[in-house]
Design a binder for this molecule. Structure first.
Ligand code: EPU
Length: 343
């Protein structure tokens, strides 16, 4: 079924809860209804820009969106093949990521436990390469299928062709808004091997009275959910989009110089000998943690997260974003990049 909503409010469709309007919103639940939407768009709205959204958990509307917004409700979880150790499961792009993770664990399909509770649809997860606690979704993606918004043709990408990096993919770069992702195939394990290398995870397991040796996937999921609930604001209670900024990746020499000046600064090895720094720590050091600018605030338990205290506009959040970036840049000589897509 296809829903067509002219002059649509996007307030319920972005987790910041920002009021913004789109010229028209199309919500589809199958490849057929997506093709129907595209025919309509190409005849009636051919001149307007197109934006495809997921759960709206990683975007900020700075203004009304003077274009067409597409949203998927394609559902379905289908096992395509399996071996003794692995199972390949194709999931509709409109499924909720966390519901799928829960379902997978109950089926005995493992590998996504550390991504529990991240707000995202499956399709958007493959675009954004969501990640948490030492796992990125690209670690378990086998294939991504999509439909070209210009000509309606199907296309499939193997994971290696998606150019996955830290919160990066081909879909965020040259293919941005050129394809609607319809399905993602995951390669999951039938044997549970917990990934606990992320700092603090083993300690959180012990604090929960659990043992690393006998840990089950359900227990690990509960520990992750608990950490997230303690640190991160629930978008249902306070509008936010998770980490607003990416953790910056700097050269080894830059990291070394900063380390000399700020010995307590957290840092992590990144690709090509570079070093990843903790943007939350940098923001806390410049004094913005818990501070507000109008109706926008830096979260008081995790400085990487900007929140809507109620009634904030996209511009209010953006002003705060710029104030934080400028302060970090002045003190540390690092210009933070946003993880959230600004529209
Ligand atoms: N830190 C501070 N002050 C803060 C926040 C963090 O000093 O206000 C320090 C922490 O003490 C720690 C370090 O910074 O030493 C890292 O903090 P944390 O473990 O909370 O993770 P993060 O780097 O701030 C990233 C992801 C999160 C993900 C967590 C756990 C990014 C941009 N963010 O945050 O992802 O949940 O790691 O893996 O990579 C998201 O993308 O929306 C998101 C929430």
């Amino acid at each position: 079924m296809l829903q067509i909503i002219p002059d649509a409010s996007l307030r319920q469709l972005n987790t910041f809860g920002i009021e913004a309007r789109a010229k028209v919103l199309f919500i589809y639940d199958s490849e057929e209804s997506l093709l129907e939407a595209l025919t309509h768009i190409h005849t009636t709205y051919a001149q307007l820009p197109l934006l495809h959204i997921g759960d709206g958990s990683n975007l900020l509307f700075l203004n009304d969106y003077e274009g067409v917004v597409l949203k998927s409700q394609i559902k379905g979880i289908n096992v395509i093949r399996e071996t003794d150790d692995e199972i390949f499961v194709e999931v509709g792009a409109g499924e909720t990521c966390d519901e799928f993770i829960d379902y997978a664990i109950q089926q005995g399909w493992y590998g996504m436990e550390n991504l529990s509770l991240i707000p995202s649809q499956i399709g958007a997860a493959a675009v954004q390469n969501i990640g948490a606690y030492g796992v990125e979704v690209c670690d378990v993606i086998e294939e991504v299928k999509g439909i070209c918004l210009a000509d309606g043709k199907e296309h499939a990408w193997q994971a290696k062709d998606c150019r996955y990096g830290y919160r990066e993919s081909i879909f965020k770069e040259e293919l941005w808004c050129r394809y609607a992702i319809t399905h993602v195939t995951f390669r999951l394990n039938k044997i549970f091997t917990p990934k606990l290398q992320y700092g603090g995870l083993v300690r959180a397991i012990e604090d929960a009275g659990l043992s690393e040796k006998t840990l089950t996937a359900n227990e690990l999921r509960d520990v992750i959910i608990n950490i997230r609930r303690t640190k991160l604001p629930d978008p249902a209670e306070q509008g936010n989009a998770g980490s607003f900024f990416k953790n910056p990746i700097v050269s080894a020499s830059k990291a070394e110089a900063l380390q000399k000046e700020f010995p307590a600064m957290p840092s992590y090895p990144a690709q090509e000998g570079k070093v990843k720094l903790a943007a939350g720590w940098l923001i806390e050091q410049v004094g913005w943690k818990g501070k507000s600018l109008g109706a926008a605030a830096v979260h008081d338990r995790q400085a990487l997260v900007l929140v809507n205290k109620g009634g904030a506009t996209g511009q209010d959040i953006y002003r705060l974003c710029q104030a934080v970036r400028n302060a970090v840049s002045e003190r540390f000589g690092i210009m933070l990049e946003t993880e959230v897509n600004l529209l």
